[in-house]
Design a protein around this ligand. Structure first.
Ligand code: SF4
Ligand code: SF4
Length: 384
């Protein structure tokens, strides 16, 4: 097990006290809830709001919940909707303006989730999504011009990760080195144990996490519980739905910009943009202005955009990427190759959402494998 120095065990009452303590500290407590037939981020008032006994079945182009034969509260894979939707919402009011006798005035102070709002405590975030958050930190917070609302929400957010125990058929975090157990980037980490008593092995990742842990009713962790927690992770690793060979992937994709596989995938891709909306690392946005009919008031909104939209690459004279082929190639090559040049990491954390929510079941792991299978290798004397 990772750092067990400060590990303790909590029972269900301890988990409820955790929610209560975070609430008393002024956090809006969020976590996984079942809504509209999916596990999604929602408001938590009590442990009873968590998806007890709920699992999920995910395959390319398919998602459904299932009843588990136990009382697991975190027995699903990653939430259907990532935490990007909370920390970097799909629509955000940037400023609003109104005409005045002297000219006009601009108010940038009413944006939801701005500094001064109640900070979020997020319970149940998975390791893959912690890695996605670290990517967003680099892109949205740590560059020359920080995204102010994201930075404010992120700075104050208290993160309680729960190690993944039952990955879905579309998960491949092991291939991407992002899971299933969180190693950093959290305030508290929990591993849910269901053999015998329903308990959680809890470890602190930050000082404020340790302070919160000290306030909970807990027991010292025993060696059998450490072994059981390790087995939860080992089992999850064995049950990954998919793998992706990332060896020299950057070179592989750069060398294959004209591969025939791009035509193949383009014949299936609908350019709907679902993959970019559900992806926890995609961050592209556009802006919209809404002006009242009288022309006296206006609002400037930031909205998620997608590189699958034709207008996304529109410059003077037309769109640079006018075909679905060029758009899919751009998306996948950015995720897995040029992202490394740009930000120093892969843009994919292996959460599997783009496979699950693609209406035609396009599988990024399969697309990489198809290109890789066609490369010269010693087995075929360097021929393709
Ligand atoms: S590319 Fe797909 S699998 Fe990778 S992080 Fe984005 S949604 Fe998840
Ligand atoms: S890969 Fe799938 S989800 Fe993404 S744009 Fe194409 S059809 Fe839509």
């Amino acid at each position: 097990m990772a750092d067990t120095r400060s590990a303790v065990t909590l029972d269900l009452r301890g988990l409820q006290v955790l929610l209560d303590v975070l609430g008393r500290m002024g956090f809006t407590v969020l976590g996984p809830v079942v809504r509209d037939g999916a596990v999604v981020p929602g408001r938590l008032g009590s442990v009873e709001d968590l998806p007890r006994g709920v699992g999920d079945v995910q395959e390319p182009g398919s998602y459904r919940l299932r009843q588990r034969d136990d009382e697991a509260l975190f027995g699903y894979a990653a939430d259907a909707v990532s935490w990007k939707s909370v920390l970097f919402p799909s629509r955000e009011l940037v400023w609003e303006g109104r005409r005045t006798e002297e000219g006009f005035e601009v108010d940038a102070g009413k944006r939801p989730g701005r500094l001064g709002d109640q900070p979020y405590a997020i319970l149940g975030i998975r390791s893959c999504d912690l890695h996605a958050l670290a990517i967003h930190d680099r892109v949205l917070r740590d560059r020359t011009y920080a995204d102010e609302p994201y930075t404010a929400r992120r700075k104050d957010a208290f993160l309680v990760t729960v190690d993944c125990s039952d990955p879905s058929g579309t998960c491949f975090c092991v291939s991407m080195g992002t899971g299933p157990r969180a190693e950093s980037g959290y305030d508290l980490a929990l591993t849910e144990l269901l053999d015998g008593r329903h308990t959680f092995v809890a470890r602190a990742g930050t000082e404020r996490g340790a302070v919160v842990l000290d306030r909970l009713p807990s027991q010292p962790v025993e060696p059998p519980e450490v072994r059981e927690a390790d087995e939860v992770t080992a089992r999850a690793r064995r049950r990954m739905g998919r793998t992706m060979d990332t060896t020299d992937i950057r070179t592989l994709l750069y060398d294959n910009a004209e591969h025939t596989r791009w035509d193949d995938v383009a014949s299936r891709c609908l350019s709907c943009g679902n993959c970019t909306m559900v992806c926890p690392t995609c961050f592209c946005t556009s802006t919209e202005d809404h002006t009242s009919l009288s022309g006296d008031e206006t609002e400037h909104w930031r909205i998620w955009d997608s590189c699958f939209n034709t207008d996304f690459s529109f410059m003077h004279g037309g769109a640079v990427r006018s075909s679905p082929k060029s758009r899919y190639r751009q998306w996948m090559t950015h995720k897995l190759a040029s992202w490394i040049d740009q930000f120093g990491t892969s843009g994919c954390v292996g959460c599997g959402r783009c496979l699950t929510w693609c209406p035609v079941g396009i599988d990024i792991t399969e697309e990489v494998a198809a290109i890789r299978a066609d490369q010269p290798s010693p087995e075929n004397d360097g021929r393709r």
